[in-house]
Design a protein around this ligand. Structure first.
Ligand code: CP
Length: 330
């Protein structure tokens, strides 16, 4: 693997899921692989899971780790090409990347959507600069339009909770009448405009999995067609949830009317009553979650929730990707 910014960088999705699950069984199986190499983890935005799971994954591979919380600790960055830097910005992003090239064998970066310019966000105005100026492999820790390490963790989690292989000897597989699970990506309420990266990315990766994907969101909240393609979009949550095996809860703002929050009259927060309509659906969320706004306490804390398992799998998602990148460097 030469870089990791979207599902298209993965040669064989099933193979990397299998690899991640093997790593989960034995996380310290490759402690020498990263020896003498350095990964730079650059955060232009806040993080709990991505920062810590990436650090654990890198540590398990014997990598040296440089973590830069750029927004808080580094010089104020300029992103505009050709800017006369006579204002608040002190260092141009391309100089910062050139310096990171001197210190790192891999550069991983988190650069969220600014949610101000649709054009800048859709064109990945920051990630594209890393891809342009980095001389080492680039890994996305979530960019304006995608969150691939999260999506890989989501694929791992669904695989663990569904027996895709008919030849499996597990009792659940033998009893299962469905060959593929119904996965519903459902919009949830929020108090402020949220980016599309997790929703886009989940839709993109699920189309590479052997699942029936349905997206449920209110009118005015359809995701970018470049990511959802021919996936069925339903504007009635109850209808979408019927017989769902997995329910992925996430908020996003309007894409068409960029970053707006059109009024939603119905209550889209997932409750146990709504879950009753599903096939004992397992509930997923990438976290952080605003309890009792996006997702009710009763669902978060229920036996249907596989949210913490999903968070744990962020380690093995990152470790599988870092390991594949190191294969290319060694
Ligand atoms: N899910 C996720 O990426 O969490 P953080 O924003 O805390 O890294």
């Amino acid at each position: 693997m030469k870089k990791f910014t979207s599902v298209s960088d993965v040669e064989n999705l099933q193979e990397i899921i299998k690899k991640a699950l093997q790593i989960k069984e034995n996380p310290l199986s490759e402690t020498e692989k990263g020896k003498g190499k350095t990964i730079g983890l650059v955060f232009l935005n806040s993080s709990l899971r991505t920062r810590l799971s990436s650090q654990i994954a890198a540590q398990n591979l014997g990598l040296n780790i440089l973590t830069l919380n750029a927004a808080q600790e580094a010089w104020s960055l300029e992103f505009a090409d050709g800017a006369a830097m006579n204002g608040d910005t002190v260092e141009h992003i391309k100089d910062a990347i050139e310096v990171l090239n001197q210190y790192c064998d891999i550069i991983a970066v988190r650069c969220f959507a600014g949610m101000k310019s649709k054009e800048d966000d859709v064109n990945e105005s920051i990630l594209s600069q890393f891809e342009q100026h980095a001389k080492v492999p680039v890994i996305s820790l979530e960019s304006a339009t995608r969150h691939p390490l999260q999506s890989l963790a989501d694929c791992i989690t669904i695989t663990e909770n569904w027996h895709f292989d008919d030849s499996s000897s597990s009792p659940q597989a033998k009893l299962s009448v469905k060959s593929k699970p119904k996965v519903v990506l459902t919009w949830a309420p929020h108090i402020k405009p949220i980016a599309h990266a997790v929703g886009n990315s989940f839709a993109e990766w699920m189309q590479e999995m052997d699942v029936e994907l349905v997206i449920a969101n209110p009118e005015g909240y359809d995701l970018d067609k470049n990511f959802t393609k021919d996936v069925k979009v339903i504007h009635d949550q109850e209808e979408a949830l019927k017989d769902a095996d997995f329910i992925y809860v996430k908020n996003w703002s309007s894409f068409d009317d960029y970053a707006a929050m059109p009024e939603v009259k119905e209550n889209w927060m997932l409750t146990n009553k709504k879950l009753a309509n599903t096939n004992q659906g397992k509930v997923m969320h990438c976290l952080p979650v605003r309890r009792n706004v996006e997702l009710s306490d009763e669902v978060m804390d229920s036996k249907n929730s596989i949210i913490y398992q999903q968070a744990k799998n962020r380690i093995f998602s990152a470790q599988a990707v870092f390991s594949e990148i190191l294969d290319e460097l060694n």
